[in-house]
Design a protein around this ligand. Structure first.
Ligand code: DGP
Length: 141
């Protein structure tokens, strides 16, 4: 189902520079940054700059751009966290577990099996910055 976009969501504020984020990568159409409530160390988010709530609202161009960025930063996450695998997922709508109504891919090192689900706990900012630096250093291409 297509949805109405709420301009006040936190990722829209990050994109407008009204809220902070620990940036991993940015290009014309996408932004990748650390998840502040990581399900595991090295959990990052990839978002389009266009205003889309779910995958069904995304333009073809933003879909392609998000996938390109996921592939770029996902490889860097694996390398930085020294694990030979990663998980990419996303939710569409509250019913499916989407809590921030701006489209985003989650990218995690390793497997989701056995790791804690979504929490409301904020990770230590300094620790996130150290992990972010490691991931940024592993981006190639
Ligand atoms: P979802 O449930 O799929 O909508 O996931 C939203 C994710 O966004 C969740 O893992 C926590 C993360 N998150 C929530 N608020 C913020 C924030 O202000 N900054 C950052 N970097 N991440 C956030």
């Amino acid at each position: 189902m297509e949805s109405t976009y709420d301009d006040n969501n936190i990722f829209a504020k990050i994109l407008r520079g009204e809220a902070p984020c620990i940036k991993i990568f940015e290009d014309e159409e996408t932004l990748a940054f650390m998840d502040v409530m990581p399900q595991t160390d090295g959990h990052i988010l990839v978002i389009p700059k266009e205003s889309a709530t779910t995958i069904y609202d995304l333009s073809d161009s933003a879909s392609t751009a998000c996938m390109r960025t996921v592939r770029l930063v996902g490889k860097a996450v694996e390398k930085a966290m020294e694990i030979d695998g990663s998980t990419v997922f996303q939710h569409n709508g509250k019913v499916a577990g989407q809590s921030v109504p701006h489209f985003h891919f989650h990218v995690l090192p390793g497997s989701l099996f056995g790791i804690k689900g979504h929490t409301a706990e904020f990770a230590d900012q300094e620790k996130l910055k150290v992990i972010a630096e490691k991931i940024r250093a592993c981006i190639t291409g």
